[in-house]
Design a protein around this ligand. Sequence first.
Ligand code: BG6
Length: 481
Amino acid sequence: MRMLWGGASASSQYEGGFELFNKGMDTQDCRRYIKRTDNATTSTRLLTRADIERAKYPLDGDFFPGRKGSEGLLHIDEDIEYLSELGIDIYRISIAWSRIFPTGEEETPNEEALNMYGDILKKLKSKGIKIYLSLTHYALPLALVEKYGGWKNRKLIDLYLKYAKVIFERFGEYLDFVVPFNEINTGFFSPFNGLGLLRDENREGSGYDLNDIFAGLHNQFIASAKVIELGKKMLKASFGCMAACFCYYGYSCNPLDQLKTLQYEQINQWFFTDVLAAGEYPYYMKKYFRDNDIKVEFLPGDREILRNNTADFVGFSYYQSNVCAFEEMEKTAGNLVVSTKNPYLKANEWGWQIDPVGMRISMNKIYDRYKKPVMITENSFGYNDVLEEGNIINDDYRIQYLNDHFEQIKLAIDDGVECLAYLLWGIVDIVSAGSLEMTKRYGVVYVDADNLGNGTYKRYKKKSFKFYKEFIEKEKNVVKS
Ligand code: BG6
């Protein structure tokens, strides 16, 4: 099959419509916008019980970007037209669990929301677009955080399976690719987004207990494998796993830099895909658990469930590469993790280091490790675009970024990597997941809105729209000829 080119988004960053279709409140609805500073990142990502109370009873002037997204539900028909005009082969969409089961525990699903999602999927299919469904992308019904403490409670596995079953029954015919969790390694770095764990301000260190984090991750691993087991009985779709890819380089050839790089890559990235794509906890975690006094509870049957239900493909998000140094050196920000600065690379305004070659390296490393097809489920350039007079957006920097990454993807394929698809992140602009800024844009379609939800939310094609459209057209023609 020819490699597919497409786009991607997430319900809480795109949809808006907090008050529509009887949605239940979820974790992403609780995240309040705070102007970007170093500390703001912690406050907007790692929520405490007090933050939840404030989200339920907001103060004047509080703004929760996840509730508005980029008003996707109000512009859905127009946005689908843009996707169709681009000629994309595949679109990655996520469903908000709390729209289907507002508290996660209702006896019956919310029909209104099911009809709404059914319509969207049908329209996409009618345009000849394949569907990649993320069953969850961070958004967890808030009631499950308040009642059970989030994913650290094993009870969530059954509730999640019940949700998955409804989705498969109703939408099975539309689904081509299914991934149970977005960036399964998020729970380790961002326990609120990934696992629905609340930060305890009175606790020393990060405010989290590593035992809770690893209990939550184990429950997600089991849930993921069980969803695959169920899905394979019900659907023809292909099932994957997905992690944020960090592409670590050792700062120098000092063996200590290299050792640290190996260890960082193991714990931050490989652990997650080793469990989901290779089917077992890797050997190196034994030492990590011992050193950090972590006990993961395996119930009878857990090992078999993981072993027998591995992912068909390995998805990954890639935005930038990271550097590990044994000694303390100057740092820069990155997606989820902080990196040592790489003297050979430039970075965007958020400090994320731009590295197209890292894409080729990552594709090779992942394919080599699992011998399963890979999929680039997120990539693009985060930039504060300017809407110029005449509603023009000259995002040449994004065209450059995309072009350079596409070249490296092709080189990786030439290396022999089997790649299913490339999905351009936030193809119609969406709210940033990390900083909650609307002005950190990734798309090829501009949405006229600011960080506080002001604006017309009108859509305008960026210069990169034409670039991506022509690129896809050419790809299709090359394969035909
Ligand atoms: C990934 C997430 O980590 O990175 C997305 O899956 C997110 O939800 C993307 O939007 C880019 O990060 P940010 O913080 O710039 O939105």
